[in-house]
Design a protein around this ligand. Structure first.
Ligand SMILES: [Zn+2]
Length: 434
């Protein structure tokens, strides 16, 4: 299928995060999921009768966003256990409800999560949870680009077959749906596994060329517990000693880091997923993002699950990443709009292993969002980069294309019955919480 998006403005993203170029009156052409032209309308190739033409109505085309840490099916638990800290929230509210998860319920929750992300211009997510075959089917059905990982926990008695399940998931789904679905291995966190399990995951990841997705240093309590259990090592130092970072690693949260931790993450190319809304809501703290960026660490953005956020609207993280660290550091130049936008797009895609997604340029996959800037909160549009990061609302997204296919179009999900997805999710949620 060929598309021509005409009558648009364009922000193609930037490789280095130094600046964000904008083009007024542009066109975007795609062929079979690949961008073939992105630039001024005046230089676009002439119309071809095989193209499907979409009038962009002067909306802004941007690379679709990347949600680099979430638990999509936790939409089923949205609003559960509000106003508790991480430990109490997990043990008293979340884990008991998750006992009642099933394949079908996970499918319903993941499908709802993917529709929510597509609605906000998010084309890709790193989803770590259970029953991931169901999540894979939901990604296939909704068109979401998804990097899936079965969360592995365990104790001295073993991991309950979870790593074997992860490897089966990789065999069944890694690279499926034209490369849209990828699989990573996921030690849930230091505090939910043993050195033997971490080592087994590390070996399986390296052997199979898979990435690793892990929760790391989310709270100071986690770091203190880790030091007590692991001969004084912090979670990054412990994982480094275990060789885990030999696999490309995506580490979520990284709130409580030492200077040495930051040096290790930079040296080993570990991508850090910053989840500011979840960290604030669970009172976990604020990640040292300006220090990470200064050290050259790859920082991307995530919502975490809807149960600790409570939405999958990555525009909130995008705005918050910029303003939170200015406020905390006392430096209004701590993070630029271009750096934030890179975290929300290109860096997140790369952290998930999507190496040709996240910029709008020829040869790259066509993951595109159209932003309506006609509302009062976008006027008078003096500085388009500042406007994009500080003023855009999730509801301004009018169209989301994933891999060259329109998956969200102004309230509709082409080819999909959204109301049925919502109803299945409500039923699954009720059954888990009754
Ligand atoms: Zn998480």
């Amino acid at each position: 299928m060929r598309y021509r998006l005409y009558n648009i403005d364009l922000c193609a993203g930037s490789e280095d995060g130094a600046s964000l170029p904008f083009i007024d009156d542009a066109a975007l052409l795609t062929d079979d999921g690949v961008i073939t032209y992105a630039g001024p309308a005046s230089d676009a190739p002439p119309h071809d009768c095989r193209e499907v033409c979409i009038d962009g109505r002067r909306r802004l085309a941007i690379p679709a966003l990347a949600n680099a840490h979430t638990h999509a099916a936790m939409t089923l638990l949205r609003g559960v256990g509000s106003d508790l800290n991480l430990n109490d929230w997990l043990t008293t509210a979340i884990f008991p409800a998750e006992e009642r998860l099933s394949e079908d319920r996970c499918y319903a929750g993941a499908a709802l999560g993917f529709l929510e992300m597509l609605r906000f211009g998010v084309s890709a997510c790193a989803d770590m949870y259970m029953f991931m075959g169901a999540s894979a089917r939901a990604a296939a059905d909704t068109g979401m680009r998804a990097c899936l990982a079965r969360s592995v926990v365990g104790d001295d008695s073993g991991d309950g077959g979870r790593l074997a399940e992860s490897i089966k998931l990789a065999e069944d789904w890694h690279g499926a749906e034209n490369g849209r679905i990828r699989v990573m291995l996921a030690p849930h966190a230091e505090y939910t596994s043993t050195p033997k399990i971490i080592r087994a995951i590390r070996d399986a990841a390296v052997e199979r060329g898979l990435g690793v997705h892990v929760h790391m240093s989310e709270t100071m309590a986690e770091v203190e517990g880790c030091k007590a259990r692991r001969n004084g090592l912090t979670p990054p130092a412990y994982f480094e000693a275990m060789g885990l970072f030999d696999a490309p690693t995506l580490a979520a949260h990284c709130v409580a880091l030492t200077e040495d931790d930051i040096r290790v993450l930079a040296a080993r190319g570990v991508a850090v997923c910053h989840d500011p809304v979840s960290n604030l809501k669970l009172a976990s703290g604020v990640a040292p993002v300006p220090s990470l960026l200064r050290a050259g660490v790859k920082v991307c953005l995530g919502t975490d699950g809807a149960a600790s956020n409570n939405t999958l609207n990555l525009w909130e993280e995008t705005r918050l990443m910029s303003i939170l660290h200015k406020g905390v550091s006392g430096d209004p130049s701590a993070i630029s709009p271009a750096q934030t936008f890179n975290a929300a797009t290109l860096t997140g895609m790369r952290a998930m292993g999507y190496n040709n997604v996240g910029l709008l340029k020829p040869g790259w996959r066509a993951d595109i969002a159209l932003i309506d800037r006609s509302g009062p909160h976008h006027q008078p549009l003096v500085d388009p980069a500042a406007d994009l990061v500080y003023a855009t609302q999730g509801s301004d997204v009018k169209l989301t294309m994933v891999d060259g296919i329109v998956r969200y179009d102004d309230g509709q999900y082409p080819g999909l019955d959204a109301l049925k997805v919502y109803e299945s999710a409500r039923e699954a949620s009720r059954a888990m919480l009754e």
